[in-house]
Each structure stands twice: as structure tokens, then as C-alpha cells.
Design a protein around this ligand. Structure first.
Ligand code: PEP
Ligand code: MG
Length: 325
């Protein structure tokens, strides 16, 4: 155990690179401000998912534009020159208190749906993100996108915010990258069109699996159908990657699946450029990536794509992991 810990610490300075030289960006998911120190000490390649709704939990109210700009600026400076991907508020499903405040009674009024219905909230956050982007290491990520119109509308609002800031002579990154999360089946189907509209794609497997399999993770009666390795999940991820690559857009996975040691070789083989995971799992993931051969991972993914059950896929992945570790 001690040996493993020492080995992991030694990995900190090394790249997350396969044996045959394919580099994978290993980024951190940040849910609470206390995790930032760990992000820095594990040598993550930036923050791939900053869940801003945690600020609401920590403050107990909606922060003002100034308060948000300060929080985002501090975080961006702390991890500079690495990238900070700020996901706009994904309130609804988990943030029940704030859903009630906004008179929402259904958990599926969340993510971008909620922001487009509450424009002042959305604009306040976007202006704060832009104001914090002066050093050009911030990107914006939109949650729960399910139609292309939501992307168009969001981009229009970002353009409006930029115009307002310019008029007020406030500096920001005019070329700030905008990406979307793919976590709804409709978005997965439309990944070709969606990736034409944005700078990057991040797959939110936590929600995607749930909606692909029509299961509520919280419901024990159907939890056996929440299958991370169901062929449908693997084939959907492959489809998203293939379509986004046609448009030369980077694709990451920021759901829990990306930290699963069984899933990592498969995700590499499916062509993911980046994995965003909890900071405490970064070094473990790096260890797997560095023991993996990209060519073999691609063959593994090809084989998994021919299988019909989760059980068969898990068994294949277990054998692969046994060989490489
Ligand atoms: C996801 O759905 O995979 C995701 C990363 O978003 P969240 O877990 O915050 O819903
Ligand atoms: Mg989600």
C-alpha cells in the first residue's frame, strides 16, 4: 500500500501518456472550494468541470455579479496557466432549494432550460465569467443542452454580454471558448450538428446513462439498469466522439465513469482527448493511462462495440486491466 502511494506521488510530474505516446488530458472536477488545493497538488491539467451551483449551496443565496467575478477570477489565477472550465449553473435536479426559489416544481427544469427561463440570472453569471476571463484561461460550458436552438440562444446571450462589457470598457477574453455538455440522448444524436456550433464537447455520463436507460439512479427498484457498461452507453459515446472529431472538436468525459479504472482504457480506445474526474482519483487514473497501449486500447474498444451485454463488456475490460496492471 505504501509502495503504491509512493508510486502515485512520483507520477505527479509525469504526463498522462500511454505507453505508445498518446497524451490524455487529465482534468479535475471541482464541487466544493476546499478541493482546489488537491487539484493543484495532484498536477491536474486544469479544471474540466467547475460545478458552480455549489457556490449557491455554500453561500445559501444567489451571488451577485461582483461576487461571482471575484470567485471565478481567484480560481482562474490559482490554476493559471491551466484551463478552468466553468459550467453555468445546473440548478434543478440537485439544487432543490434554489429550484423552489425560482418556482420550479419539476426536476427536469434544470441546466440550460432553467437559465434560458431566468435570463437575468444567466446574464449575471455570464458577465461575471467574462470579467474573470482576462487571462484567457477560462472556458464556458453549458449544461443539459437538448436542442440546437438552446445553443444558438445561449451564444446570442454571450454576444450580448460581450457587447455590454465592451461598452463599459471592461476587459475580457473576446475569444472565450464555449462548449456544451452532452448528457441527454437528443444531444448525443445531434452531436455532429452541436459540435459544429461549439468549441468543445464534454460528455456527462452521469445523466446520459440515466436518460439512455430510462432509470432514476435514486430508485432502488431499477438501479440494476443504471449500467455504465451497457452496449448502448459505449456505442453512444463512440457516436459522439466520431461526430465531434469530424468537426475537429475536442471531447472529454466528465461523469463518474471517467474515474472508473475499468472504463479508462475503453474511453482512451474510443478516442476521448480528456477525462475530468474527482481530484482524489487523478493519480490513480494517470497510473492506468501510463500502463496502457493506445493501439491495444483501440482494439479493446472495437471489440467492446461488438458485444451485446454489460456483463460481456465488463468481463473483457477486467481481462484487459489484469494484463496491464
Ligand atoms: C454528468 O451528468 O455526468 C455530470 C458531470 O453532471 P452532474 O453530475 O453535475 O449532473
Ligand atoms: Mg449532469
Amino acid at each position: 500500500m505504501l509502495k503504491l502511494q509512493e508510486e502515485l506521488i512520483d507520477l505527479k510530474e509525469l504526463p498522462a501518456e500511454t505507453l505508445d505516446g498518446k497524451e490524455i488530458k487529465l482534468m479535475a472536477n471541482v464541487d466544493v472550494s476546499g478541493e482546489i488545493d488537491l487539484v493543484v497538488t495532484t498536477g491536474a491539467n486544469g479544471i474540466g468541470l467547475y460545478r458552480t451551483e455549489q457556490i449557491l449551496d455554500e453561500l445559501g443565496e444567489f451571488p451577485t455579479e461582483d461576487e461571482q467575478a471575484e470567485i471565478y477570477s481567484k480560481l482562474a489565477s490559482r490554476i493559471y496557466p491551466e484551463t478552468l472550465i466553468i459550467r453555468t449553473f445546473d440548478i434543478g435536479g440537485i439544487n432543490l432549494n434554489f429550484s423552489i426559489l425560482l418556482n420550479l416544481i419539476h426536476s427536469l427544469v434544470c441546466g440550460i432550460r432553467l437559465l434560458l427561463e431566468n435570463l437575468s440570472l444567466f446574464k449575471t453569471q455570464l458577465r461575471a465569467i467574462l470579467r474573470a476571463s482576462k487571462n484567457k484561461n477560462i472556458q464556458v460550458m453549458l449544461p443539459m443542452i437538448s436542442t440546437i436552438e438552446e445553443i444558438w440562444k445561449s451564444k446570442e446571450i454571450i454576444t450580448d454580454c460581450k457587447k455590454e462589457l465592451k461598452a463599459d470598457k471592461i476587459h475580457f477574453d473576446n475569444h472565450i471558448k464555449v462548449g456544451v455538455m452532452i448528457e441527454v440522448p437528443s444531444a448525443a444524436v445531434m452531436s455532429k450538428e452541436f459540435s459544429e456550433e461549439v468549441d468543445f464537447i464534454s460528455i456527462g455520463t452521469n445523466d446520459l446513462i440515466q436518460y439512455l436507460m430510462a432509470v432514476d439512479r435514486g430508485n432502488d427498484l431499477v438501479s440494476n439498469l443504471y449500467q455504465e457498461f451497457n452496449p448502448v452507453v459505449i456505442r453512444t459515446i463512440q457516436h459522439i466522439v466520431k461526430e465531434a472529431k469530424k468537426n475537429h472538436k475536442s471531447v472529454s468525459v466528465c461523469g463518474e465513469m471517467a474515474a472508473d479504472t475499468l472504463a479508462i482504457p475503453l474511453l482512451i480506445g474510443l478516442g476521448l482527448d480528456s477525462l475530468s474526474i474527482s481530484p482524489s482519483t487523478i493519480l490513480y487514473a494517470k497510473r492506468i493511462i501510463r500502463s496502457c497501449d493506445y493501439k491495444k486500447a483501440k482494439e479493446l474498444a472495437e471489440e467492446c462495440l461488438t458485444l451485446r451485454t454489460q456483463e460481456e463488456i465488463i468481463s473483457k475490460l477486467e481481462k484487459f486491466l489484469q494484463i496491464i496492471t
